[in-house]
Design a binder for this molecule. Structure first.
Ligand code: SAM
Length: 281
């Protein structure tokens, strides 16, 4: 079977299984299997595949037909300006979350050396992106999942930041190290009803620990706010992501815990997404 034929066959198979953008997915899968760029595949459409590569291709195709996200199949995802290793233990970094980086960088002058904490680091996409762009800062990144911490460490190494970020496998509730200038977090904030309404790609394949914020969606965000009050310096910033419908309750929780809300930024689809707050008491 040649490249053209396997692409056509793969595309039809994914179409039958109701996968969106089937051509792009099979193209990326073939590119991974034969380790060639997509442009090269186009230029050698009549080239024959080895049997072993056909088997690999079919395996990946089967995974995709069951709605496994492409980032898990490919093993990586681009976020901000960088590439991150990804597996099923971590949430796939979302383009919307790049807003958190954009906003945070405004509060981090390039030559300042700040002490940062990333709560629920997952793949490490937030802390690694920030430290790549602000090399004088140092950071700690924590996560309740040991497997996530391992991936985040690999990503720090991939981006030569292993000496700048201290990774700890711990619950935010139990973490007690003080004097941070900045805390960033993309906590799990989906409530149990909305979780059941998510696409299968997300609901079946991404870790529940990374998505579910308790019955009402606020359980982990509350923990982050209450703990940040203790861990931040006075005038320190807490910058975090929220769900589209959480703004009003979050502002109340922040004010009650001694935070001033500087700004709530909207994502590209106009939804409230990123909260910038300052510890004032
Ligand atoms: C929404 S994911 C965010 C991952 C990554 N920061 C990102 O933006 O793509 C939330 C992360 O928080 C972690 N987590 C959940 N509850 C936690 C807790 N109580 N303490 C520390 N980490 C927690 C999860 O394991 C998961 O990796």
């Amino acid at each position: 079977m040649n490249y053209h034929e396997i692409l056509k066959r793969g595309e039809n198979f994914l179409k039958k299984n109701k996968i969106e953008n089937p051509y792009l997915d099979v193209d990326l899968i073939l590119s991974k299997v034969i380790n060639k760029k997509r442009e090269e595949i186009l230029l050698s459409a009549s080239k024959k595949l080895k049997n072993i590569d056909i088997i690999k291709f079919n395996n990946y195709l089967l995974r995709r037909s069951k709605k496994e996200p492409m980032a898990y199949i490919l093993g990586y995802k681009h976020f901000w300006k960088y590439k991150f290793l990804i597996n099923k233990s971590v949430l796939i970094p979302r383009p919307d979350t790049e807003l958190l980086i954009e906003e945070t960088l405004k509060y981090l002058p390039i030559n300042n050396s700040k002490k940062i904490l990333d709560v629920g680091t997952g793949s490490g996409c937030l802390v690694v992106s920030l430290l790549k762009d602000r090399p004088k800062c140092v950071a700690t990144a924590i996560d309740l999942s040991k497997k996530a911490i391992n991936i985040a460490k690999s990503n720090a190494k991939l981006h030569q930041l292993e000496n700048k970020i201290n990774f700890i496998n711990i619950d935010i509730d139990k973490y007690n190290s003080y004097n941070y200038d900045l805390i960033i977090s993309n906590p799990p904030y989906i409530n149990s009803i909305d979780l059941n309404r998510l696409d299968d790609d997300v609901k079946i394949h991404e870790p529940k620990l990374a998505l579910l914020g308790g019955f009402d969606g606020f359980k982990e965000i509350k923990k982050v706010i209450i703990k940040s009050k203790k861990l931040l310096k006075i005038n320190g910033k807490l910058i975090f992501e929220i769900g589209y419908d959480q703004k009003y309750k979050i502002v109340k929780i922040l004010n009650k815990n001694g935070f001033f809300v500087n700004k709530i930024s909207k994502d590209l689809s106009g939804k409230d997404r990123c909260v910038i707050s300052t510890k004032i008491k």
